[in-house]
Design a protein around this ligand. Sequence first.
Ligand SMILES: N[C@@H](CCC(=O)N[C@@H](CS)C(=O)NCC(=O)O)C(=O)O
Length: 207
Amino acid sequence: MPALLYHRPFNCSLAVLIGAAEAGVEINTDLVVDTKSKALESGGSLMAINPLGQVSTMQLENGELLTETSACLIWVQSQSTTSFHVSHDDPRYFQMLRWLGFVATELHKQALRIIYYSEATDKVKDNFRSLVPARLALLDNHLESRDYMLGQDFTAADAYLTWFLLHAERAKVWYPGYANLEAYRDRVMARPVVARVIDADRAAMAQ
Ligand SMILES: N[C@@H](CCC(=O)N[C@@H](CS)C(=O)NCC(=O)O)C(=O)O
């Protein structure tokens, strides 16, 4: 049985789905159908599996539980036999960890977490939004000489960043003037596999 990903459409587990599709790694999904109760499509609740009730959460083939979007993406890429895979003795491996950590802590949890959750006031949200341009500038600079975050291949780091970019406009943290990042966004969104996974999530969300 393939590994199982607990998934909520457009949540960060979408990064894992994008990664798995690009990596050619088969995973099954079980949808979280109710954000409050964390009820699962298959019955039961995500709370019984991950007491924080959060995605990304996976059950691996060996029965082990895996949480954290970065760790799930690293697992996915470890299973891949395509150019998505970065071997741990490849110097790019540490760059992959670097950018996964960057997206997780500098963009996902620091910006989107605050902006999307109802407990924060607009002023607080704007304070966190104001941190984003410096981070976009850093990415823009990094992408000046690269098509993807590690160079010429789409890897786990790109899967997570693609997910963030998907949310950037809606979260009002997308600013003009970052030409390399804009070109990167167009490039990743135009990838047929990425577009297909996002379309499927959009359809799942509409149900
Ligand atoms: N540390 C976790 C955080 C994941 C996270 O923030 N997940 C959000 C969706 S993007 C979530 O499940 N939120 C629901 C909740 O916190 O109750 C990871 O890296 O995967």
